[in-house]
Ligand binder design. Structure first.
Ligand code: NAP
Length: 259
């Protein structure tokens, strides 16, 4: 057996179908690209069409199979519509990555019902509803991978965690509940936990060089995260190699959480 064959057996995603929410930007975009380049047919879901189209164009130019669905995951109806349209290009998914997320950060005393509801729907309910839609099919077919993206704010308060931290704490609990339900049928459910990653989500914080340097100093590696840092962990969690890893929160944070 060549090393290429061995690595393919562990990690290749040929023949798999993946749905990646938030796949048009930041961490989700890097993960969608990684899964597609590892062989999966990838459907990315987000709202803005130019970003979706540009991501898919880049992937198809690289010889990957990719498609996009424009949908708003901030309402239950939007999530249901997204799920139905996401299966059109390549069929039912084997891999679901929930990377779409928002962080609105109003001070706690001013956190209104609307911010609370929108945060919970995008960050928590969409992953639940998509899991309920796709998880049972994965279990029936005997293979599935559900990957959520949570946050250090699932574990500690940080820069007005507000509703965001609550939604991410619950998301890690959701991964454990899903893992309990479907792992006996070959469907693993895990969470990737970023530290501070330079993406459009953090534009305001990223514009302050002092804060950026202070956050980098809190890691062990000595720099803040990049979206590309999630490629390897996502391919691992999406493939056969991680078949005995389930219900876990895996920190990809340069050591931030343990420093
Ligand atoms: N960056 C960090 O430091 C960091 C740290 C911890 C956790 N995270 C988590 O990592 C995940 C990805 O974050 P990121 O930094 O990559 O953010 P990002 O670059 O802002 O990307 C967010 C993605 O979610 C999509 N999205 C947002 N609201 C949506 C909605 N209502 N319906 C459908 N799609 C929606 C966006 O597309 P549209 O706007 O076009 O819809 C975009 O594709 C999030 O869950 C975030 O909470 C990030």
């Amino acid at each position: 057996m060549t090393s290429h064959d061995y690595l393919s057996e562990l990690f290749a995603l040929d023949g798999r179908v993946a749905v990646v929410t938030g796949g048009s930007s930041g961490i989700g975009r890097a993960i969608a690209g990684a899964l597609a380049r590892a062989g999966a047919s990838v459907v990315i879901v987000a709202r803005r069409e130019p970003e979706l189209a540009a991501t898919v164009a880049e992937l198809t130019a690289d010889g990957c199979r990719a498609a996009w669905v424009s949908a708003d995951l901030s309402t239950r109806e939007g999530v249901r519509a997204a799920a139905e349209r996401a299966v059109e290009p390549f069929g039912e998914p084997d891999i679901l990555v929930n990377s779409a997320g928002i962080n609105l950060r109003p001070p706690m005393g001013e956190l209104d019902d609307e911010v609370w509801d929108t945060t919970m729907t995008v960050n928590l309910e969409a992953p639940f509803l998509l899991g309920r839609r796709f998880g049972p099919g994965m279990a029936e077919r005997g293979f599935g991978r559900i990957i959520h993206i949570s946050s250090q704010q699932a574990h500690r308060a940080f820069v007005q965690s507000g509703a965001y931290g609550v939604s991410k704490g619950a998301l890690e609990a959701l991964a454990r509940s899903q893992a309990e339900a479907w792992s006996p049928h070959g469907v693993t459910c895990n969470t990737l936990v970023p530290g501070f990653v330079m993406t459009p989500l953090n534009t305001r914080l990223s514009a302050d060089p002092e804060k950026v340097a202070a956050l980098a100093a809190r890691t062990m590696i000595g720099r803040n995260g990049l979206a590309e840092d999630f490629a390897g962990a996502a391919v691992f969690l999406a493939g056969r190699a991680s078949g005995y890893v389930t219900g876990q929160a895996i920190f990809v944070d340069g050591g931030f959480s343990v420093h």
